[in-house]
Design a protein around this ligand. Structure first.
Ligand code: NA7
Length: 535
């Protein structure tokens, strides 16, 4: 008890994805009593919900895994460089079973509210199953991209089957011979389109903004490949926590402008042929220098033109209004070739926007109608803040987190929020996360910081930690200063909250480098959390 108020668990974790499983594991190891809540019926998070055809990770399997158990590293065999969703989901299930984590979670249970009781320094958590419980530490592991959005009126009227990619049914969606519409050509839409093109009767792709892509090189692994990688695991583990974006490669050490034209071409082709995000995260200048960005953008545009047969369709697929890498760059396999098929049609909804979903399909502003059997919504997420603002979180003085972020999205390192003591937000807004960090790396690092911080409080005989207003202002200022030096803030995308009407603009991921961030987090611990009120 604290001041006589009963404490049910020391910590409540929301989410049983990569972050939530890790957090619960870490806290349990420390002897902290913890319970996890998960809205889905099982573990997996992103890899539970996103079961759409073609769902696949864009980070290599050997860096998209946990490092905390040698046994696990020895036992788990990855089948290929970029595994498909079922394999990553199986991996997370394997981890869950191996470390007996399932029993710490309540599934099919959505946390509805969390309010901070100042007098007792405890959070009261309620769920949609009618639970009410008190905890000291409220830890969200709810994901950067987990609050799906369908931005059109009328979708409930559609008489065919409509599926958001992040709410894909567990049973197979039968596509053979069907007229299928896909809205959205982001990382998700691209994976769906290239996967179902051959299967569907007819496909209509409704594209608003074309994206740059990189062709994925995805070799299958045999035992020899796996053994060779395992040898390198200790080195790889060190590397990922010390690179700009949490991958096992880093930004080029040679400035682009110091290379001869031949060296540049060579470097571009080398990274291109690597078939990974290295082409994106290999040149620092892609984020900062318009001229260099344009050079790289043109290289990538050419690669699109040479693969699409119809020049008019090719031009529609070539991005012209933004620079390479200022929005998420998906990896693809046969995406452009899909448009060379007679059954695939590209509909440009930039000029003629989607007005509504009707009973039978999609109607554009011009009145043009598309009759469809199945409608795939690859329309993205309310990124960064959405999963948290969908929970009614109240801090000191009953202040609502949603109200705070509806005005201005602020946090302290993306890990805590002023006014919300003992709320920890793993991969919260303004922390390094997807796009500028391999998610597995940053979730483990940030989740580790949260566990260490709780350990620190315990060692000091303290109960509460909260960033001061000044500390938060300092972080936001630093975050913005770094962000404002990049081209990313000049481009509309979900990184900037631009996909959600009325959302305040701010780069949602920290872009100063996951390695620099990591050091800052470590320094905070070492120096006893300067700028945080501890009581
Ligand atoms: P994204 O990247 O947000 O993509 C959503 C797509 O949906 C994108 O092409 C949007 O076009 C499109 N969209 C959204 N609203 C509309 C409307 N109103 N009309 C037409 N088209 C629309 O989500 P994903 O799921 O693909 O990827 C999310 C991340 O998950 C990804 O980056 C990976 O890190 C994993 P727009 O570009 O806004 O014009």
């Amino acid at each position: 008890t604290t001041n006589g108020a009963a404490l049910d668990y020391e910590a409540v974790v929301v989410g049983a994805g990569i972050a939530g499983l890790h957090e619960v594991y870490r806290l349990r190891e420390m002897g902290v009593s913890v319970i996890g809540f998960e809205a889905g019926s099982d573990v997996g998070g992103t890899w539970y919900w996103n079961r759409y055809p073609g769902a696949r990770v864009d980070s290599q399997s050997h860096i998209y895994q946990y490092w905390f158990s040698q046994e696990l590293l020895d036992e788990w065999d990855w089948s290929e460089r970029f595994p498909a969703q079922p394999e990553t989901e199986r991996y997370l299930n394997y981890v869950t079973e191996k470390f007996d984590l399932r029993k710490e979670f309540r599934f099919n249970t959505r946390v509805e509210s969390a309010s901070y009781d100042e007098a007792n320094q405890l959070w009261t958590i309620t769920t949609d199953k009618g639970d009410t419980l008190k905890t000291r530490f409220f830890i969200s592991c709810t994901g950067m991209l987990s609050a799906p959005q369908i931005p059109f009126p009328g979708h409930e009227k559609f008489r065919g089957q409509i599926c958001h990619t992040a709410r894909w049914p567990h049973e197979k969606v039968e596509m053979a011979g069907k007229r299928v519409g896909v809205v959205g050509t982001g990382a998700t839409g691209i994976q769906v389109i290239q996967t179902i093109a051959r299967e569907v009767g007819e496909m209509f792709v409704f594209q608003r903004t074309p994206n740059y892509t990189i062709p994925m090189r995805n070799p299958q692994y045999d035992d020899a490949d796996r053994d060779a990688l395992r040898e390198e695991y200790p080195e790889i583990e060190k590397t990922v926590f010390n690179t700009f974006a949490g991958f096992d490669y880093d930004l080029s050490e040679t400035p682009f402008n110091d290379m001869t034209p031949e060296e540049r071409e060579q470097r571009l082709w080398d990274l291109w042929n690597d078939g990974s995000l290295h082409f994106w995260l290999g040149f620092a200048e892609v984020f900062t220098d318009e001229e260099i960005n344009e050079y790289i953008s043109e290289f990538a545009r050419e690669r699109i033109r040479e693969r699409v047969d119809d020049p008019e369709t090719a031009e529609k697929l070539v991005p012209k209004c933004h620079g390479f890498g200022t929005r998420r760059v998906p990896l693809e396999t046969g995406y452009y070739e899909a448009y060379n098929r007679d059954n695939v049609h590209l509909v440009d909804v930039k000029e003629d926007a989607i007005a509504e979903i009707t009973e039978t399909g999609v109607r554009l502003e011009s009145g043009a109608e598309y009759e469809l059997d199945i409608l795939v919504m690859a329309t993205g997420f309310d990124a960064g803040t959405g999963a948290l603002t969908r929970i009614d979180i109240r801090g000191r003085g009953n202040q609502s987190l949603k109200d705070k972020w509806d005005k201005d999205i602020r946090s302290t390192l993306g890990l805590q929020v002023h006014g919300f003591p003992n709320l920890f937000t793993v991969a919260g807004p303004l922390a390094p996360s997807t796009a500028f960090c391999n998610m597995a790396t940053c979730l483990i690092q940030q989740g580790g910081w949260v566990a260490d911080t709780i350990g620190y409080l315990r060692d000091q005989g303290r109960h509460v930690i909260e960033p001061t207003e000044e500390k938060e202002a300092e972080w936001v200022e630093h975050h913005d200063e770094v962000a404002n030096q990049t081209l990313v803030v000049k481009t509309d995308s979900w990184y900037m909250g631009a996909n959600i009407d009325g959302k305040p603009r701010r780069l949602l991921s920290y872009i100063g480098g996951a390695n620099a961030y990591h050091q800052m987090c470590d320094e905070l611990k070492e120096k006893g959390y300067p700028g945080f009120a501890i009581s």
